[in-house]
Design a protein around this ligand. Structure first.
Ligand SMILES: *[C@@H]1O[C@H](CO)[C@@H](O)[C@H](O)[C@H]1NC(C)=O
Ligand SMILES: *[C@@H]1O[C@H](CO)[C@@H](O)[C@H](O)[C@H]1NC(C)=O
Ligand SMILES: *[C@@H]1O[C@H](CO)[C@@H](O)[C@H](O)[C@H]1NC(C)=O
Ligand SMILES: *[C@@H]1O[C@H](CO)[C@@H](O)[C@H](O)[C@H]1NC(C)=O
Ligand SMILES: *[C@@H]1O[C@H](CO)[C@@H](O)[C@H](O)[C@H]1NC(C)=O
Ligand SMILES: *[C@@H]1O[C@H](CO)[C@@H](O)[C@H](O)[C@H]1NC(C)=O
Length: 542
C-alpha cells in the first residue's frame, strides 16, 4: 500500500503518541490491509484471511522497546481484531486486541494499534482474535531482537527462519464456527501446515557448515505438534522470551500457542532433508513436511521422514522439565536472567483453575472452574473505564474449582496490582490442555501427573525454570506457575485450543491499582473505538 495516503493521519498520531509512549525509543510503522483471498493450503480452495495479500501475514521484526504503530484496515465484510500472543502491552491492555479489551474494527474501517515491545525479547505470533477467524489465517510471526549492546548467549546465526505450523481444516472458518455454535465439537483436523503450505510446500535454504535459528510456533487450532529435522540435532536457545540452557534435542513437542527457538547447524552431507511436523497425542497421527535444502545439495530428500515420539505423556513431561532458564544469560536487559529470584518471593494468593467440558442447555461448552465465558455487549476494559454497570461483575469466577455443573457467565476475576500469585492449572480430562495469559510472562514452577495438593510445592523448581506465556497441562495432571502481577489492565486468560476458547474456556483477570496513575496504566487511547454501551462516549482529548 502507498505510504503517502496515510502520512496525514500518521502525523496526527505522532501528536498524541508523545503523550503515551516513550519518545526515545524508535518507531516502526506497519500498514496492513486485511482482505479475503483464495488459498489452497491442502489442495482445496478456501476463502482465507490475508494481510497485505499474504498468508501467513507479514512478520513483525523489531527490537526491545521499539514502538510499533500498526494500522489495520479491515476490508472484510465482518468485524475484525488482531491480538498479539506474547507481546505484553505493558500498562496498555487497550491494545491487546481481544474481545474484552477492544471494540471490533467494523467492516471497511481502520484502527491503529500503538504498541511497545517493552522490556521483551523473543519469538511470538499475532492472530485474528474474533469469531473463528484464526481458522482462515490472518496470523504471522513476531520477532523481538535484543538491543545491540545486550549480549545474546550464542553467536549470531547465519540466518533466522520463522516456522508457523499447526493443524488445518478443509472446512472453512464459517462452517467450523457453525459446528461449534450448533453445540458440537470440531471433527479431527484434515492436515498440518508449515507457513501456510502443505506437504513439501516450503523450502528453507542453508549453506553447509553454517548455523541457523529456527523460531517455531504452534499456530494451530486443536492439536499439540512435534517438530524435528531429518538427520539434524536442535539446540534449544529461547522459549517465549527466556534464554534457555542450550540442551540438544532430536525432536520437540510444541503445544498450542507455544513458541521455541532452536539452532540447527547444517553439518550433514550436502543434500536435502525433511523438516517434519506431526500431531501429538492423537490417533491417527497427521504429518507434514518442509524441505531443508543445502545450497550445494547433491540430491533431493530421501528415505522416509523421521518418525516422532510414540510414547504418550512421560516423554513429553520429561522434556518439558528439562527446559531450564540460563541463569547467567541476559534477557531483554543486560543483567543476567537469574538476578530475578522468582522462587524466593512469597506468593500472596493461590488460584486453582480446573478445565471441564460441560454440556449446557444441550450444547457442548468448555469451562474454567465451572464457568463458561460468554461475551457481553461492551468490551470489559471499556465498560470498566466508563464505569458502565451491568456489563460484568468482579468475582464472577471462583478462585478454586467448585466441582459443580457448568454455567454461562461473563467471568472476570479481580486481582491486585503487585500481588505475587501462584496459579495451578488442574486437568482431570484425558486431553492435553494449553493455557495462555495475556499481558504477562510467568514462571512454570512445576508440572506432574495426578491431583495437585499443597505438598506438590515441595517439588517445585524455584531456581531455574523458564518464564513464558503459554504452558501445557498433561492429561490427568497439573501445572503450577508463579506470576508477578506487575501489569495493570484487563487480561485474557484462555485455552489455546481454539474450539475450547470459542466455547467459553477463558476469562479475564482484572489487575487493578487504586492509584489510577499513568505510571501504572495508560489512559484510554484517543483513537479507541467505542461500541456497545460505550458508543458515543468521548475518549480523552489531545
Ligand atoms: C486493500 O485491498 C483491497 C483488495 O485488494 C483493495 O481493493 C483496497 O484498495 C486495498 N486498500 C488499501 C487501503 O490499499
Ligand atoms: C464456507 O463453505 C460453505 C459451504 O460449505 C459456503 O456456503 C460458505 O459460503 C463458505 N464461507 C466462506 C466464508 O467461505
Ligand atoms: C461476505 O463476503 C462473502 C464472500 O466474500 C460472502 O460469502 C458473505 O455472505 C458476505 N457476508 C456478509 C455478511 O455480507
Ligand atoms: C481510518 O479511520 C479513521 C476513523 O477512525 C478515519 O478518519 C480515516 O479516514 C481512516 N483512514 C483511511 C485511510 O481510511
Ligand atoms: C548460558 O549463557 C552463557 C552466557 O551468559 C553462555 O556462555 C553459556 O554457554 C550458556 N550455558 C548453557 C548451558 O547454555
Ligand atoms: C516469606 O515468608 C516467610 C515466612 O512467612 C518469612 O520468614 C520471609 O521473610 C518472607 N520472605 C520474604 C522475601 O518476604
Amino acid at each position: 500500500m502507498g505510504e503517502n495516503k496515510f502520512s496525514c493521519s500518521l502525523l496526527l498520531l505522532f501528536l498524541f503518541l508523545a503523550t503515551c509512549v516513550n519518545g526515545e525509543d524508535p518507531y516502526r510503522f506497519f500498514t496492513w490491509n486485511v482482505t479475503y483471498g483464495d488459498i489452497y493450503p491442502l489442495g482445496v480452495k478456501q476463502q482465507g484471511i490475508l494481510i497485505n495479500g499474504q498468508f501467513p501475514g507479514p512478520q513483525i521484526e523489531c527490537v526491545t522497546n521499539d514502538n510499533l504503530i500498526i494500522s489495520v484496515f479491515n476490508n472484510l465484510n465482518e468485524s475484525f481484531l488482531i491480538s498479539w500472543n506474547g507481546l505484553q502491552q505493558r500498562r496498555n491492555s487497550w491494545q491487546d486486541g481481544v474481545y474484552g479489551t477492544n471494540c471490533p474494527i467494523p467492516p471497511g474501517q481502520n484502527f491503529t494499534y500503538i504498541l511497545q515491545a517493552k522490556d521483551q525479547i523473543g519469538s511470538y505470533f499475532y492472530f485474528p482474535s474474533l469469531a473463528f477467524h484464526k481458522a482462515a489465517g490472518g496470523f504471522g510471526g513476531i520477532k523481538v531482537s535484543s538491543r545491540p549492546l545486550i549480549p545474546v548467549p550464542f553467536p549470531n546465526p547465519a540466518g533466522d527462519y520463522t516456522i508457523l505450523a499447526g493443524d488445518w481444516f478443509k472446512q472453512n472458518y464459517t462452517d467450523l464456527q457453525a459446528i461449534l455454535d450448533g453445540g458440537n465439537n470440531l471433527p479431527f483436523a484434515d492436515g498440518l501446515l508449515i507457513n501456510g503450505r502443505g506437504w513439501n510446500g516450503y523450502t528453507f535454504t542453508v549453506d553447509q557448515g553454517n548455523t541457523y535459528r529456527f523460531r517455531i510456533s504452534n499456530v494451530g487450532l486443536t492439536t499439540s505438534i512435534n517438530f524435528r529435522i531429518q538427520g539434524h540435532q536442535m539446540q534449544l536457545v529461547e522459549v517465549e522470551g527466556s534464554h534457555t540452557l542450550q540442551n540438544t534435542y532430536s525432536s520437540l513437542d510444541i503445544h498450542l500457542g507455544q513458541s521455541y527457538s532452536v539452532l540447527v547447524t547444517a553439518d550433514q552431507p550436502a543434500q536435502d532433508y525433511y523438516i517434519v511436523v506431526s500431531t501429538r497425542f492423537t490417533d491417527p497421527v497427521l504429518t507434514t513436511t518442509a524441505i531443508l535444502h543445502y545450497s550445494n545439495s547433491a540430491g533431493t530428500v530421501s528415505g522416509p521422514p523421521p518418525g516422532g515420539p510414540t510414547t504418550e505423556t512421560d516423554w513429553s513431561l520429561n522434556q518439558a522439565r528439562s527446559i531450564r532458564w540460563n541463569l547467567t544469560a541476559s534477557g531483554p536487559r543486560p543483567n543476567p536472567q537469574g538476578s530475578y529470584h522468582y522462587g524466593l518471593i512469597n506468593t500472596t494468593r493461590t488460584i486453582r483453575l480446573a478445565n471441564s467440558a460441560p454440556v449446557i442447555n444441550g450444547k457442548q461448552r468448555y469451562a474454567v472452574n465451572s464457568v463458561s465465558f460468554i461475551p457481553a455487549d461492551t468490551p470489559l476494559k471499556i465498560a470498566d473505564y466508563y464505569q458502565i454497570s451491568g456489563v460484568f461483575n468482579l468475582g464472577s469466577i471462583p478462585d478454586n474449582p467448585t466441582g459443580g455443573g457448568g454455567y454461562l457467565q461473563t467471568s472476570v476475576m479481580a486481582a491486585d496490582f503487585r500481588a505475587y500469585v501462584e496459579i495451578v492449572f488442574e486437568n482431570s480430562e484425558d486431553t492435553v490442555q494449553s493455557w495462555h495469559i495475556d499481558g504477562y510472562s510467568y514462571f512454570v514452577v512445576g508440572m506432574d501427573g495426578g491431583q495437585w495438593s499443597p505438598a506438590s510445592r515441595d517439588n517445585y523448581n524455584l531456581r531455574d525454570t523458564v518464564a513464558r506465556c503459554t504452558v501445557q497441562v498433561y492429561p490427568n495432571s497439573w501445572t503450577a506457575i508463579y506470576m508477578a502481577l506487575d501489569n495493570v489492565g484487563m487480561w485474557n486468560i484462555r485455552s489455546e485450543n481454539w474450539a475450547r476458547q470459542y466455547l467459553g474456556q477463558q476469562f479475564y483477570l482484572r489487575v487493578y491499582s487504586p492509584a489510577h496513575s499513568w505510571r501504572d496504566e495508560y489512559p484510554i487511547p484517543t483513537n479507541a473505538l467505542l461500541c456497545g454501551r460505550a458508543a458515543g462516549r468521548r475518549t480523552r482529548s489531545l
